[in-house]
Unconditional design. Structure first.
Length: 138
């Protein structure tokens, strides 16, 4: 069995964003040479997420609206976590959207269903953050 691990750093200039990282993940799967296996992608920060869904801007806006209703950013005073930071809402949003995804690799490609793409969800940006891609297989 073979494995490849990559740590990717990005700096999202806004507090929140959804970034399609599918091309990056596909490139690493291709470079790995693994034909059959699994690909794990996970956020390396507790205020960020990795998830699979459709690459459609209206849906992404719906996520933003829905998450803001569930865990509004302000007022910061509504959260017990906010002592020295103002990111309690980001922790909650990450919990809802999830930490990681695992995608099967078949014939050297990510084995997606229709419309599926991998996204990095940032909920407390404006600083460098990392996500991990780990490809395992043969």
């Amino acid at each position: 069995m073979k494995s490849v691990t990559k740590h990717i750093t990005l700096n999202v200039p806004r507090r929140r964003a959804f970034i399609n990282i599918t091309p990056e993940v596909e490139g690493i799967v291709r470079e790995s040479g693994i034909k059959e296996g699994l690909c794990l992608v996970n956020a390396m920060h507790i205020t960020a997420s990795v998830f699979i869904n459709d690459n459609e801007s209206g849906l992404h806006q719906d996520f933003e609206t829905w998450l803001e209703k569930l865990a509004p950013e302000k007022p910061h005073s509504q959260y017990h976590h906010n002592g020295y930071e103002d990111n309690a809402d980001a922790h909650l949003k990450r919990q809802i959207m999830g930490r990681e995804v695992v995608v099967a690799i078949s014939n050297g490609k990510l084995d997606f269903g229709p419309w599926e793409q991998i996204f990095y969800g940032e909920f407390d940006g404006k600083r460098p953050k990392r996500y991990l891609i780990k490809v395992i297989g043969e």
